[in-house]
Design a binder for this molecule. Structure first.
Ligand code: NAP
Length: 272
């Protein structure tokens, strides 16, 4: 049995669907019952003891990072008989400057997993293509998307491909004690991603790059202060390079990673 955390989210949802398609026994961890194509167990990753029922009979876990007591969570898994964990981490764990809140929680999560005694695989995907869903409120209001870091190219990755790699790492031998760096097949600026979305949605959309001052003001109150600092370190100071294209998705899954256009086509209804 595989336990999938974050099962209502972008990546965990894809992991659940991929395991169901593969005919594997899968259980989704949820904080409240949800509409999912798999068995569900209620639990809170911030409360390791709440996972007792969810972990019954589980051999592999797809785990999100950054919860309150990662060592306690992993100790609970080991006691329950879990053998391997695939951790969704980030290249932020190895950024040029890791003195920021995002790098810190990724590093703490990786450190806890390495020390847990469980077999592990780390996934370090670039920024997700699904981050474009953050444009939804603006797209409901009109045709202009205002966003930060307009000059920063990203080789972003489809959560579908992250999940496909996660499933291979959960089911196949040979992924233990390995780090998989993941990207999509192309490097795009935000304006280029929006142009692709416009084409898919048959809309005339325009990108407006916020200045750093405007971006800070836009994030303030919406994003925790320490994360704003981390984003400016990553994309303002350039301490995180998510423009690198990695061959991993194709190597592990046998098929090329999806383009941003394919992601947009698959999610067009989310924007309508
Ligand atoms: N976005 C990026 O570019 C990026 C890049 C690298 C790594 N990451 C990491 O990837 C993670 C997953 O991303 P995503 O887009 O799939 O996330 P998402 O769509 O925001 O989903 C988050 C999931 O976590 C669950 N969750 C939150 N708090 C929980 C708790 N205390 N106990 C149990 N479940 C909890 C949510 O469940 P509910 O339905 O109960 O809320 C939801 O299923 C992010 O949190 C981030 O750490 C993100």
């Amino acid at each position: 049995m595989i336990l999938v955390t974050g099962a209502t989210g972008n990546v965990g949802g894809e992991v659940v669907r991929e395991l169901v398609r593969a005919g594997q026994p899968v259980r989704a961890l949820v904080r409240r019952p949800a509409d999912l194509p798999a068995e569900q167990a209620v639990g809170d990753l911030n409360e390791p003891e709440s996972l007792a029922a969810a972990l019954d009979g589980v051999r592999g876990v797809f785990l999100l990072p950054g919860y309150r007591d990662m060592p306690g969570l992993l100790a609970r898994m080991l006691r329950a008989g879990v053998e391997r964990v695939v951790l969704l981490s980030s290249p932020a764990a190895v950024a040029a400057d890791t003195r920021n809140a995002i790098s810190e929680f990724m590093i703490a999560s990786e450190t806890a997993v390495r020390a847990s005694g469980l077999a592990w695989t780390f996934l370090r995907p670039n920024a997700f293509m699904s981050n474009a869903l953050r444009w939804l409120p603006q797209l409901r209001e009109g045709d202009v998307v205002r966003d930060a870091f307009g000059d920063v190219p990203l080789a972003s990755v489809d959560p579908h491909d992250i999940a496909a790699v996660a499933v291979r790492a959960l089911l196949d031998p040979g992924h233990e004690e390995r780090v998989h760096e993941l990207s999509g097949p192309e490097r795009l600026l935000p304006a280029q991603r929006l142009a692709i979305l416009a084409e898919v949605l048959h809309r005339d959309l325009r990108f407006h790059a916020l200045t750093d001052e405007e971006a800070r003001a836009d994030m303030t109150g919406r994003v925790p202060e320490e994360y704003i600092h981390a984003f400016f370190s990553f994309y303002g100071d350039g301490t995180l390079d998510e423009s690198r294209i990695h061959p991993t998705v194709e190597k592990v899954t046998g098929r090329p990673p999806r383009t941003f256009k394919q992601w947009a086509q698959a999610h067009a209804d989310d924007f309508r």
